[in-house]
Design a protein around this ligand. Structure first.
Ligand SMILES: C[S@@+](CC[C@H](N)C(=O)[O-])C[C@H]1O[C@@H](n2cnc3c(N)ncnc32)[C@H](O)[C@@H]1O
Length: 227
């Protein structure tokens, strides 16, 4: 199936609300597990000077989990949607995580050099982000600018199914009881996603081939490594 990009930023209030209300906890927790596993593998212990960015953080589901799991590490969630960051900030008011903050930044502008973020990260994380980029090199270009030398990367995203029929089947299977707007967005996301082969090529083209991409299950791939 040919890729059909979807709008980059998620800004419609009903779309943002449906996304923020949805339960992605199973998949979200796997991002944290992957980071824990990789840190163990490379023998790195995070300490209070380390900085973690959650790229295209949306309502902050992953940022919150990271901030709770490593309460002494500073975590910054970055997204270009004010509506999404409002959701994230509201949750932050309740959780009172002191080590978490959010930045409203359109990520392609970092890749283009139009926005200069004053700090660089020790760890870059993203979830369900890459497929939103019309040009994936906007995403990869920004990551290159945002990471310190030897930055650890954990990125998780949807895999584009082989056919429209399969995309429909996956949507019905995984979101059968969800609100219509979430199902519609999920279906659009499946069609906008990349295959593992496409991401492998992107990493080579972007000069990031030390990062490895592998299929996790029917829905997701992960990209992990240190660069
Ligand atoms: C599917 S949501 C994922 C949110 C979050 N990472 C999570 O796992 O819950 C995708 C997010 O990417 C953001 N986004 C997409 N393109 C972006 C860009 N060019 N710059 C900044 N944020 C972007 C959207 O606004 C949206 O919040």
């Amino acid at each position: 199936m040919k890729r059909t990009p979807e709008p980059e930023l998620m800004q419609s209030p009903s779309q943002v609300r449906a996304y923020a209300d949805a339960d992605f906890s199973r998949s979200d927790s796997m991002v944290i597990q992957s980071l824990e596993k990789y840190l163990k593998k490379v023998g790195k212990t995070l300490n209070k000077t380390d900085l973690i960015f959650d790229i295209a953080c949306g309502p902050g589901n992953i940022s919150e989990r990271i901030a709770k799991n490593w309460p002494f590490v500073n975590v910054v969630g970055i997204d270009g949607s004010k509506e999404m960051l409002n959701e994230a900030e509201n949750k932050l008011l309740k959780s009172l995580s002191k080590n978490l903050s959010y930045q409203l930044i359109e990520i392609n502008s970092i890749a283009k050099g139009e926005t200069h973020f004053p700090f660089k990260a020790d760890v870059l994380v993203s979830n369900s982000a890459l497929h939103h980029f019309h040009d994936p090199y906007g995403f990869w270009g920004a990551l290159k600018k945002l990471g310190k030398n030897k930055c650890i990367h954990i990125h998780r995203d949807l895999i584009r199914p082989p056919s429209i029929e399969k995309a429909f089947e996956i949507k019905e299977k995984h979101l059968s009881n969800s609100p219509e707007i979430l199902k519609k967005d999920f279906y659009a996301s499946l069609k906008a996603s990349f295959t593992v082969d496409e991401v492998t090529q992107q990493l080579i083209d972007a000069g990031l081939s030390q990062l490895k991409v592998f299929q996790v299950d029917e829905l997701y791939f992960e990209i992990i490594g240190c660069i």
